[in-house]
Unconditional design. Structure first.
Length: 184
């Protein structure tokens, strides 16, 4: 699905690479490393938001990529609720965990940090995408939310989606990823 060859990327200067790897269909690939080693920059390069200094990103024509950023967009004052967000992203509210499905009518700025994080994850994971990129997906999630997320990731992989997961949470990476690469 993705074929990364000797990629060096950053913004004003290279901060990650050279890096080579492949992400296959139905694979969950973990990306680990210390703070500031370029994990989020790698995801930005894969979506065209960071500068590629050298190397190549190979992807099939028409490949759809969905990205869940480490810092979700600011929502203060936006008069939309959870149902609106799901509709905007094309994600279905079906199969949401009970602790979130009962909150769909709430405005986004009224949800807890964990509820909002999971809602953004759900929107990203259930978008019509071939590849899903997740940056620190367990941030703000309680153990129940993390376990539910693990099951959703596996279902997406079973359906043929490739997933690239950046996380400091070693337990989570070990539980869900088929393999991992280390940066830094």
């Amino acid at each position: 699905m993705l074929d990364i060859d000797a990629l060096t990327a950053g913004y004003t200067r290279p901060v990650v690479g050279p890096l080579s790897f492949r992400l296959a269909r139905s694979e969950i690939l973990g990306v680990v490393g210390p703070n500031a080693c370029g994990k989020s920059t790698l995801l930005a390069a894969l979506t065209g938001s960071a500068r590629i200094f050298s190397g190549q990103i190979g992807k099939a024509a028409g490949l759809q990529i969905s990205l869940q950023q480490q810092q979700p967009p600011a929502i203060d004052g936006l008069p939309i609720n959870a149902t609106d967000l799901l509709a905007l992203t094309g994600a279905s509210p079906e199969e949401l965990p009970p602790w979130l499905s009962t909150q769909l009518g709430k405005r986004l700025d009224r949800l807890s940090g964990g509820q909002l994080q999971f809602l953004y994850l759900w929107s990203c994971l259930l978008a019509a995408a071939d590849v899903v990129l997740l940056d620190e997906p367990t941030n703000n999630l309680d153990p129940e939310g993390t376990i539910f997320l693990e099951r959703v990731l596996q279902r997406r992989a079973d359906a043929g989606c490739g997933l690239l997961v950046v996380s400091h949470d070693q337990r989570f990476i070990n539980a869900v990823c088929h393999r991992k690469i280390s940066l830094g």
